[in-house]
Design a protein around this ligand. Structure first.
Ligand SMILES: O=P(O)(O)OC[C@H]1O[C@H](OP(=O)(O)OP(=O)(O)O)[C@H](O)[C@@H]1O
Ligand SMILES: NC(=O)CC[C@H](N)C(=O)O
Ligand SMILES: [Mg+2]
Length: 507
């Protein structure tokens, strides 16, 4: 789940892009990059690490120009090495850079066409590099010395026909401007806003509205499914629906875990949908165990705090922050290997004993994926002297791989895959495990915007919104991206793999 941002401003945009990426850091901790353009010359800096580690003053000084794009990466394809940090760049036509959130599902076919028919070179295993090259090839085919917005839209139209999967992107075209586009189902979020300056209107497009908030942009609206928005270097905005069959079916997991609660996605406040998740979970508890003996509700920070508060309130039970989060440890679920994830949970969370001792505790988390967090926290609660340890998940059981930009590639790594709720309860060591019902989870988000007819809930149901993901793809994904395969790739993708020409993080 990466974060993307693009800005067309009236003066240098580097600092605004940096600030926006900082606001999107929760979407990707592996790598960060910024590319800007001034007088047709592109400047870039990208590397592995957090935004605050990747960019030094000397980099920022060189990132000049009134338009640019940025990316924070959480890999779902290829490796996590520096050569796959984004934005990606191709020099023809015009000079294009792209930042992508999502994941393509027909990569084999796209790669074959690009190599054999379009005669283009791929330097990495990244699906984002493929996407950029498809767009570039289709734009080249428009064959315009001075392309107009319609030419960019035509290239996007042709691109939609060739690629499958989830993608919300910003692309910068040197000398022309920035084009943003979202797949036909609007699986991954993308929103744009504007702000007025003395010199005219500035535009920002980003994965989440929090990126707009920090620099004082006002939300205009979400980019619609299949829509492309082009903003010229002069700040003129054009838009067109470029995909044929469009339907808004956003990823429900944004509301469960990925997005920040202060973001508004497709008109839905993530904060409010998490409050409603907690309310509905409370209703289920009261239905199933009206005579429950829960003394206290304790959330597992960070993401379950909001749902936890509503849960406790609606149960009429005390809410206590019995687990303290170390603010210097990032999100554990999006870390690349199980060993690192496991170690980080213990470093990240510590129990306040007095909130557990002798009590019947209900721990609440937004979701249980691999079970790394809950297993350790339940043990921690027992060590702290809890009497009973109950566990509630604000999302249903995660049983199926994600193919649209969340790195859950392998069903065998998911604790609930092929196991009943009772078996999961036993494995995590809880006295009672309660999952949210899917209808309730969907309603919690849908209540915020009834116009959203459906969500992509594939990790819970195994039904993929694009309807075209074949068994072969799952098998390939599982083989390429299970934890041990990723560990091997990490070892082999050191700096020597970096090509300084355009994909490198060279100094
Ligand atoms: O079952 P698991 O595989 O452990 O995955 C689920 C856990 O991972 C996430 O937390 P994370 O630490 O990534 O981020 P957070 O601070 O936003 O809660 C999520 O909020 C759950 O706590
Ligand atoms: N999480 C994402 O959106 C990942 C984008 C892209 N598939 C990559 O691996 O870099
Ligand atoms: Mg968590």
């Amino acid at each position: 789940m990466c974060g993307v941002v693009g800005i067309v401003g009236k003066s240098d945009v580097n600092l605004q892009i940096y600030d926006a990426l900082t606001m999107l850091q929760h979407r990707g901790q592996d790598a960060a990059g910024i590319m800007t353009c001034q007088d047709g010359r592109l400047a870039q800096h990208k590397a592995n690490g957090l935004v605050s580690d990747v960019f030094r003053t000397r980099h920022m000084q060189r990132l000049v120009g009134n338009y640019g794009i940025g990316h924070v990466r959480y890999p779902t394809a290829g490796s996590s090495g520096p050569a796959q940090a984004q934005p990606f760049y191709v020099n023809s036509p015009y000079g294009i850079a792209l930042a992508h959130n999502g994941n393509l599902t027909n990569t084999e076919e796209v790669e074959r066409e690009l190599l054999q028919t379009d005669l283009r070179h791929m330097n990495t295993d990244s699906d984002s590099e493929l996407l950029l090259n498809v767009f570039a090839h289709e734009l080249l085919k428009q064959n315009k010395a001075k392309p107009q917005p319609e030419d960019f839209f035509n290239a996007i139209r042709a691109m939609h026909k060739r690629v499958r999967g989830g993608y919300a992107c910003v692309a910068m075209i040197a000398n022309y401007g920035i084009i943003a586009f979202r797949d036909a189902h609007g699986i991954r979020p993308l929103v744009y806003g504007s702000r007025e300056t003395e010199n005219g209107t500035e535009y920002m497009i980003a994965s989440e509205s929090v990126a707009l908030d920090v620099s004082g942009y006002t939300i205009e609206r979400d980019v619609a499914p299949g829509e492309a928005i082009f903003i010229s270097t002069e700040g003129e905005l054009h838009s067109a629906i470029c995909a044929e069959e469009v339907s808004l079916s956003p990823c429900i997991f944004e509301h469960v875990y990925f997005a920040r609660p202060d973001s508004i996605i497709d008109g839905v406040s993530v904060y409010k949908s998490r409050l409603r998740q907690g309310e509905r979970l409370a209703e289920k508890i009261l239905r199933e165990r009206p005579e429950h003996d829960i003394d206290v509700v304790i959330p597992i920070p960070d993401s379950s705090r909001v749902a936890g508060q509503a849960l406790a309130h609606n149960l009429n039970v005390k809410f206590r922050e019995g687990l303290v989060k170390n603010r210097y440890i990032g999100r554990t679920f999006i870390m690349p290997g199980q060993q690192q994830r496991k170690k980080s949970v213990r470093q990240k969370l510590n129990a306040i004993e007095l909130e557990f001792k002798g009590k019947n505790v209900m721990l609440v988390d937004d979701s249980i994926v691999r079970g790394t967090t809950c297993q350790q926290i339940i043990q921690m609660a027992r060590d702290a002297g809890a009497n009973k340890v109950y566990f509630a998940s604000a999302a249903p059981a995660v049983k199926f791989p994600n193919v649209y930009g969340i790195d859950m590639p392998s069903a065998s790594e998911l604790i609930a895959s092929g196991q009943s709720d009772e078996e999961v309860c036993k494995e995590i060591g809880a006295d009672w495990l309660l999952y949210q019902d899917l209808d309730d989870l969907v309603a919690a988000s849908q209540d915020g915007n009834p116009d959203i007819a459906q969500f992509d809930c594939s990790v819970f149901t195994g039904e993929y919104i694009t309807g075209d993901v074949d068994e072969q793809y799952f098998a390939k994904l599982e083989a390429a991206r299970n934890d041990s395969a990723k560990a091997k790739k990490a070892v082999s993708s050191d700096d020597t793999a970096v090509i300084g020409l355009h994909n490198g993080a060279v100094e």
